[in-house]
Design a protein around this ligand. Structure first.
Ligand SMILES: [Zn+2]
Length: 283
């Protein structure tokens, strides 16, 4: 962690590529992400929402990361995704998490900054990176659902003040993407992204990139996006592979066999997303 993870984003920003952050939920998904990233020599983040941390258990999540350090040579970190509880974040920083997102975006501007600053003050002396969000994405993430009409795009002037006053390392922007799957054609406000980039010099983060065409993601990377989150498409690949296998082999009871197709499908999606992020051979 420490300087190496900070370096991860600085290198991405300088090299005009993005670090893919994959939401992992179990050993199978974690290994599929790390094995593919190792093969393609891509840095990655293993993202875990509060729901996932609860499901896996903090010790297992951290324990898997520590085991993976012995096996894989690529740069990677466990990243807390959309965490809202400051005490949870602090505890997991102490356990060895290298990157955290404090999502206080549903609070008013001043309150959002106050909460984020508290996390930054705790994380930075320990070399841990902090991501925060300004604006609000629509869609469903974990147990949190935001209606389209309640989505708020990131205000560039506020973004500048937010970054300066909190000292965060990366900023998640709301420019029209949504969590989960799109109902219609995704429309991104690239002009807004450009306006944010003009006044904010830290790496920017794209949430809700599932279903966005690669060419459009490339455009956002060109305009300052240095981290792209991938959650929904991994879930879809995993369950689709499982369904295919189990409908062909309804009697199969061995997880080492019935997960096999799902893992192959997962690895294909991970490879596609690494290609989309242009992060291969950057490890
Ligand atoms: Zn998100």
């Amino acid at each position: 962690m420490t300087d190496s993870s900070k370096n991860l984003f600085q290198l991405a920003q300088a090299g005009k590529y993005a670090i893919p952050a994959f939401n992992v939920h179990n050993l199978e998904i974690t290994k599929a992400v790390l094995e593919t990233a190792q093969e393609m020599q891509s840095p990655v983040l293993l993202a875990a929402t509060p729901g996932t941390v609860k499901y896996m258990g903090e010790e297992f999540l951290i324990g898997m990361m520590k085991a993976a350090r012995k096996k894989y040579t690529i740069p990677f970190e466990v990243h807390l995704d959309h965490h809202e509880n400051v005490a949870d974040i602090k505890r997991m920083i102490d356990m060895g998490v290298g990157s955290v997102m404090i999502d206080a975006s549903h609070h008013p501007f001043e309150e959002n900054m106050k909460i984020v600053k508290e996390v930054v003050d705790y994380a930075h002396p320990k070399g841990v990176l902090v991501e925060a969000e300004l604006g609000r994405l629509s869609g469903i993430e974990d147990d949190m659902s935001v209606d389209e009409k309640d989505a708020i795009y990131t205000n560039p002037d506020q973004a500048k003040e937010f970054v300066e006053r909190t000292g965060i390392d990366t900023l998640a922007v709301a420019i029209g993407t949504a969590h989960g799957l799109y109902k219609g054609e995704p429309k991104l406000d690239l002009e807004r992204l450009q306006e944010i980039r003009a006044v904010v010099d830290i790496p920017l983060v794209l949430h809700g990139a599932s279903g966005i065409p690669d060419a459009l993601v490339h455009e956002t990377i060109r305009l300052g996006i240095c981290k792209v989150n991938v959650a929904t498409e991994l879930k879809n690949a995993f369950v689709a592979g499982l369904r295919v296998y189990l409908s062909a082999h309804p009697e199969e009871n061995d997880p080492r066999k019935y997960f096999s197709e799902a893992i192959t499908d997962l690895k294909r999606v991970v490879a596609d997303k690494i290609t989309m992020c242009q992060s291969a051979q950057k490890a």
